[in-house]
Design a protein around this ligand. Structure first.
Ligand code: COS
Length: 383
């Protein structure tokens, strides 16, 4: 749903200009230093990018899902690390509070998330619990007005920068499945909270992940999201349904960027006396990429519109995430192929995207988990 096309166009134009003039020229620097420069983060905040999905009542711009997706289709045309800092905060890091938090929790945290003062992280994955999220073992045991949290979370994006964590922990150890899990808001600086070394990753330099360790962390009971135990798994799943549409839009945007780079190269690069774009085997790679990107773009926008219409989107979100991330991998592979030897060299940037986009098929649910979700929903609907 687009509420006001003129206002949205202004936002999309300013994000596109920011990507073109500030993010793309700094991609190489971010990859080399593994840091997003502080002045760029400040500009992101000034542009309001951390408040895109937060309701206006709490200081954000309250974008609908369709508006968010259209914005990500612009923002995603630069290295994914830039998006990661913003997207994790406007997405999986904060949405649990928005969906299921109490009014007090929303008032306390959402305004500071909207300005970018607080960066948010989503702490679900553990050393022993990845795809099988309901098997998580981090415990939060009630002790008077607090919960005592013990456990370890793994590969937590933005953890070193985060001001708050949306933490999924087991409040009922006797209940081994999803029903024993609750969601909390845990503040950085809580005694007993510590971080592992920054993970060394295949790509997405500038986006940081690490272990988060809870050693007898005392979390106020007031920070139990929604104030009710046992609902944390559902909160996480709802957050991921939305997050998967968001990631799918980023896959489309990065694929569009890679195809644009590959097309430009194919038009400039001459072999056998003519631009390689004139050769049908190269044209096939360009055309297949174009068609697949178009298909993924249509899926993403349709899933977003359905969500805005209040329809269930678990299936569509998984379809879009699965198709768009796999498509993005194929486009990355073809882009490297079109660049040829240059595609393998760091100076041309395309090999960096090839490594960066590999993550899309893994995080926020692997392709195989999306298949499970889609097929299960199909069977359930038939029954
Ligand atoms: N929205 C709301 N509720 C949902 C839901 C959704 N999308 N999906 C599941 N639930 C509910 C179910 O309805 C069920 O509730 P009831 O017990 O009241 O019926 C409960 O949650 C448990 O669901 P289910 O039985 O389907 O859980 P499973 O353990 O079988 O597994 C999968 C569910 C595999 C889909 C889940 O673990 C998953 O998404 N794994 C991937 C995790 C992931 O994406 N990790 C990435 C980390 S973030 S980078």
């Amino acid at each position: 749903m687009i509420r006001d096309q003129a206002t949205l166009n202004i936002l999309l134009d300013s994000v596109a200009r920011f990507v073109r003039e500030r993010l793309v020229p700094n991609e190489e620097l971010v990859a080399e230093t593994d840091e997003i420069p502080a002045d760029i983060v400040a500009e992101m905040k000034a542009l309001g990018l951390f408040g895109l999905t937060i309701p206006e009542a709490y200081g954000g711009s309250e974008l609908t899902m369709e508006e968010e997706v259209l914005t990500m289709l612009e923002l995603g045309r630069a290295s994914p690390a830039f998006r990661s800092l913003i997207g994790t905060t406007v997405g999986i890091g904060s949405q649990g509070i928005l969906f299921d938090g109490t009014e007090e929790q929303k008032q306390k945290y959402l305004p500071r998330l909207a300005t970018g003062e607080l960066i948010a992280s989503f702490a679900l994955t553990e050393p022993g619990s990845g795809s099988d999220a309901a098997s998580l073992t981090t415990q939060a045991i009630r002790d008077g007005d607090h919960y005592i949290v013990n456990g370890t979370k793994r590969y937590i994006t933005n953890a070193p920068q985060a001001g708050i964590f949306t933490l999924m922990a087991r409040t009922n150890p006797a209940e081994k499945g999803a029903g024993g899990i609750s969601a909390f808001i845990l503040e950085a600086g809580t005694t007993g909270l510590s971080f592992g070394k920054r993970d060394r990753k295949m790509g997405q330099k500038g986006a940081h992940t690490c272990d988060v360790v809870f050693d007898n962390c005392r979390v106020p009971a007031a920070n139990l999201i929604g104030g009710v135990e046992g609902r944390g798994f559902k909160t996480a799943m709802k957050v991921l349904d939305k997050g998967r549409i968001h990631i799918a839009s980023i896959c489309v945007a990065v694929a569009e960027r890679m195809l644009a780079d590959a097309l430009r190269y194919a038009v400039e690069r001459k072999q056998f006396g003519q631009p390689i774009a004139g050769f049908q085997l190269v044209q096939a790679m360009l055309a297949d990429s174009k068609a697949e990107i178009y298909a993924a773009r249509c899926m993403v926008i349709d899933a977003a519109q359905r969500r805005d219409a209040g329809l269930p989107v678990s299936t569509e979100a998984s379809c879009a995430k699965m198709f768009a991330s796999e498509m993005c991998g194929r486009v990355a592979d073809r882009a490297v192929q079109i660049f040829g030897g240059a595609g393998y060299m760091s100076d041309y940037g395309i090999e960096r995207f090839y490594r960066d986009v590999r993550l899309f098929r893994i995080y926020e649910g692997t392709t195989q988990i999306q298949q499970v979700v889609i097929a299960r929903n199909m069977v359930r609907e038939l029954r």
